[in-house]
Design a protein around this ligand. Sequence first.
Ligand SMILES: Nc1nc2c(ncn2[C@@H]2O[C@H](COP(=O)(O)OP(=O)(O)O)[C@@H](O)[C@H]2O)c(=O)[nH]1
Ligand SMILES: Nc1ncnc2c1ncn2[C@@H]1O[C@H](COP(=O)(O)OP(=O)(O)O)[C@@H](O)[C@H]1O
Length: 219
Amino acid sequence: MAAHDGSFDGVERRGLMFVLSSPSGAGKTTLSRLLIERMPGLRMSVSATTRPMRPGEVDGRDYHFVDRARFEDMAKRNELLEWATVFDNRYGTPRAPVEAALSAGQDVLFDIDWQGTQQLREKARQDVVSVFILPPSAADLEKRLHTRAQDSDEVIRGRMSRASHEMSHWAEYDYIVINRNIDDAFAEVQSILKAERLKRERRTGLTTFVRELQRQLES
Ligand SMILES: Nc1nc2c(ncn2[C@@H]2O[C@H](COP(=O)(O)OP(=O)(O)O)[C@@H](O)[C@H]2O)c(=O)[nH]1
Ligand SMILES: Nc1ncnc2c1ncn2[C@@H]1O[C@H](COP(=O)(O)OP(=O)(O)O)[C@@H](O)[C@H]1O
């Protein structure tokens, strides 16, 4: 399968599943938007959720906002690649768009928690690249949750009190990025994706490519 993007070097490769996780407010959404904007060949996996829509969010772009019954139905029909309960709401990854993108040679970006990342790893270890984003300090995290201005003080307190628990999963991830400055953090995440795209095991077209080089050299 080919990844036909701007940086495609002509060698076929398997698509990968690029996962960003972090405590709420550390910057996953911001980094995901930048990646989608600036990295050709990368598609966002849009999750289904039962949580209420925030101001500024768009159904179908940020999430598929569904009720509990619809979510349970999707899970029962095996339409979700993984799902988990976070902050008393259900979140899950619709399976079909991910499979379609991967088989078209695209990479897929996931903004999911540690529970979902574990499930993806169990299903497709070789194809999962996971990055954990940390805030530079607790004070910065709280400030970011407030400046985002999308949650009530009570919800923000809940997110802050869960942050430590979520952070305890950092060591399960392949890469750790500290989001102090957004430009630096973006450059780091972008470098990880670029390097992972070049991994020998994913480059299924290498044998053919090298054979052709050898044929040219020997003729
Ligand atoms: N397992 C799983 N987690 C998800 C999914 N979609 C979102 N999440 C996680 O659910 C948590 C809460 O997300 P959200 O309510 O949007 O708040 P945020 O943390 O401010 O982005 C975050 O840790 C997300 O990464 C999903 O499809 N599966
Ligand atoms: N490096 C950074 N410095 C300052 N503010 C940031 C930085 N990264 C993200 N933010 C801001 O912090 C808030 C939370 O970021 P967001 O991407 O929504 O986090 P998450 O998706 O992890 O919950 C947003 O208002 C965002 O603009």
